[in-house]
Design a protein around this ligand. Sequence first.
Ligand code: C2O
Ligand code: CU
Length: 573
Amino acid sequence: MLAGGGTLTLVNRDTFDHTVTSVATDAQGAPLFDVRVPAGTVATITGVSGLAAGSYPFFCRFHPRMRGELVVEGGAGPVTPEPVSFDQPLVVPDRVRGARVTLAMRQARVRMLPTGPRTRMWTYGGSYPGPTIVRPGGRETSVRFVHRLPRKAGAMTVHLHGDHHAPEHDGQPTTQLVRPGQSRTYEYPLTYGGLPEPSSFFFYHDHRMDRTARNNWRGLQGMFVVEDEDERRLRLPSGRRDVPLMVSDRSFRADNSLTDPFAGGVRMVGHDGAMSWVGPKAPPDDATVGTHVLVNGRYAPYLPVSATRYRLRLLNASHFSAYSFGLSDGRPLVQIGTGNGLLPRPVVRDRVLLGPAQRADVVVDFHGATGQDLVLDSVPAPLGESGDDARQAVVMQFRVGAEERDTSRVPAQLPSPDLVRAPARVSKRWTFDLGGAHPDAGHGGGQAGHGAGHGGGADRPRGTFWSVNGHAFDPTRIDHRPRLGTTERWRLRNTSDMTHYVHIHAEQWRTVRRNGKPPPPWERGLEDTWRLEPGEVVDVAARFEDYTGPFMIHCHMLDHEDHGMMARFDVVR
Ligand code: C2O
Ligand code: CU
């Protein structure tokens, strides 16, 4: 409570950095106040004196379950919140359908904010997101990426997230790179064990070691849809009523250029096999969260729709934030698939929680909403419930027009891909935690704590790192060797204080158990990325098919991935 305006002093007695960020935004969509308070420091919010009387809910961008409310009494300041106004149409990225696709990685100016200059990005093919590649399952597809970005951007590597393909086409973080001025062709057979892949919603993005967060922030992200010919007879909404929606967030300077959250944030100390990081944005304070939530690269877009069913393919391509998506009138999202195929049956959901790299295939029926403007938003769950750490945000608007002929439907049973039989025995355990010099490091896991996996170099400068089984990522270390043709059950465990989103390359996985129980109905299809709240344990299973060689398991919060939370497994004969 603040009377008559003034300055607000913020004291952070925690061991994590926090922000005090207003939910309300100005006419440009920026928060009315947004101050980062590093661990153990004091900061002030000036400009509070400018606020008009009223109440201003705030939250921490890095820990959205921390929330509060600032009440300004008697302040006569001119600053009042502006409602989000949805000033630009949603853009659906171009669809490319050929068997051979060439995409230049190049700089381009992209319309992101509704007014002012375009924003310079690093793009695939000149747009952000890059073109959506749409291909039938089982049809060989090759994508050639040509590196025309500035030399100083360094080498790139491209990962088709969710797809099953050979390791040399997987976008390895340190090998088979695409160097400036050169190109590389990635081959995607779109098959699994000789059969066409099921209808899927993948995305392609940069995966360069230590640079993934930066390269994705700059714009190297695009969507990829695998179509199943047989799906047509299901009569799910299709054509222009099948809309891919990539949600991400970015922060902008006054001239609409992207901020650089990575400049001067961290420094790597140590060397191969013993890496850790120091600096103001070293783990666990390495959260990249943009102020503006974007859909297909645009801030607060609107989409005119008819009062019919739509298939919305939701992808959270953000670095850190989770969103709990829902519609403003409480209209349900009927989830029919994950990113890796259909679910066995549709699941009616009020909200769909998606963390980084997670996808959901949902059908929305706009019937009966003619003349209304519905908002897709993200609202965190009440404190203490799963999803209480989702970000609060207005995402986009649907302007519902007239009813139209609609022959689509959502069948009660869906042809979902077969799941492997899960072995009773766990073949491999992967534990995710914080490691190194931080007071909270390695406390929960029973993994060796400080400096685990560091080989004990006493003179090594001590930083922090995100760890898998006590180690920071070392591209030369092989942590597991599953055999081709076998089915394995893996146990993922989060012993840290923070939620992580664990992604496994190479195969398509089923969720066997979540905290010892059968997974919820929306987690009964194939998956590649799991939410792991603090203390959670998830068992997954897959059959190792088709390819031998190195693959990655990592947290898909991109700063965590860059700062050690990745490991390598090699499928062997
Ligand atoms: Cu979407 Cu290993 O990444
Ligand atoms: Cu993480």
